[in-house]
Write a protein that binds this ligand. Structure first.
Ligand SMILES: CC(C)(COP(=O)(O)OP(=O)(O)OC[C@H]1O[C@@H](n2cnc3c(N)ncnc32)[C@H](O)[C@@H]1OP(=O)(O)O)[C@@H](O)C(=O)NCCC(=O)NCCS
Length: 252
């Protein structure tokens, strides 16, 4: 247990530059308190002490302004910064090294009893005020912008912003878009969302191959230009030391 507390404190230092001392984290970080209280509530919940679990969770909410259902599954080094107004539903699943800011909701969109809350994979960051709704999956390392409303799966590593959330293209996707535009079509829906679509993957492969060929051609062109320059220098030197010119210089 002490190891897990130490780990939670270290994750506050890693992710909040404002944290100054362990004592400060122990006494002034509602996110840290909420997590520790949730560990107790969750332990009770899984021992069929459901009402007691709910009561402990409710006390945690009263003290911290963070509402975590005791049934929610939370991984290691979870950090909620500021915390006020965070709501985490019963069937939410949270991986390791996840960060949430204040006002985040991991909520449901139906009253069905089964899985109805999101699953966050490892290293997900969710900005202040964002709402992540339904039994969707937020892929590993994805970022959700502040105040976004996310109702569809987010691919690993993607950033999602706005209402409803749209994905921001990464650098590789941007290059693919530019290449596709040069070839006369739009790669929208081919980039970023291609993970499960073989046709989109094939197109990505072709775009990448075409970009690689462009780079090679560019490099070849540069080499040819450099060789041309060198050949001209060589010719100038040869002309300066040509036997005719040397003889003429000798005659003078
Ligand atoms: C979503 C986020 C992670 C994006 O970071 P990023 O990948 O570096 O993206 P950029 O800043 O390059 O922005 C890319 C585009 O998304 C837009 N954007 C960024 N964050 C946005 C948001 N929250 N809502 C709407 N649009 C947003 C930018 O304006 C930009 O648009 P453009 O391409 O049309 O110019 C970040 O902006 C964010 O919201 N982080 C949460 C921070 C937070 O809640 N802090 C609380 C501290 S108390």
């Amino acid at each position: 247990m002490f190891n897990s507390i130490r780990e939670d404190i270290a994750s506050v230092f890693d992710r909040d530059p404002a944290a100054r001392s362990t004592w400060e984290v122990l006494t002034c970080y509602p996110g840290f308190h909420a997590l520790r209280i949730h560990r107790v509530a969750n332990w009770l919940w899984h021992r069929n002490l459901r009402w007691l679990g709910r009561l402990v969770s409710h006390i945690g909410r009263f003290l911290t302004g963070i509402e975590i259902h005791p049934g929610a599954t939370i991984g290691r080094r979870f950090f909620i910064d500021h915390g006020m107004g965070v709501v985490i539903g019963e069937t939410a699943e949270i991986g390791d090294d996840v960060t949430l800011y204040h006002g985040v909701t991991l909520g449901g969109t139906s009253w069905n009893k089964g899985k109805r809350h999101p699953t966050l994979r490892n290293r997900v960051v969710i900005g202040a005020g964002a709402k992540v709704l339904g039994p969707i999956i937020v892929g590993e390392g994805a970022k959700i912008g502040s105040n976004a409303v996310v109702v569809k799966d987010v691919p690993p590593g993607a950033s999602a912003v706005g209402i409803p959330a749209r994905f921001i293209l990464d650098e590789q996707d941007k290059s693919r878009e530019e290449k596709a535009a040069k070839l006369g079509f739009s790669a929208y829906a081919v980039t970023a969302k291609a993970a499960d679509d073989p046709l989109a993957k094939a197109l990505q492969g072709l775009l990448d191959h075409s970009m690689e060929q462009d780079h090679r051609l560019e490099r070849l062109q540069q080499d040819i230009e450099a060789l041309k320059g060198r050949a001209e220098d060589d010719r100038a030197v040869t002309e300066r030391f040509a036997p005719g010119r040397l003889r003429a210089a000798g005659d003078k």
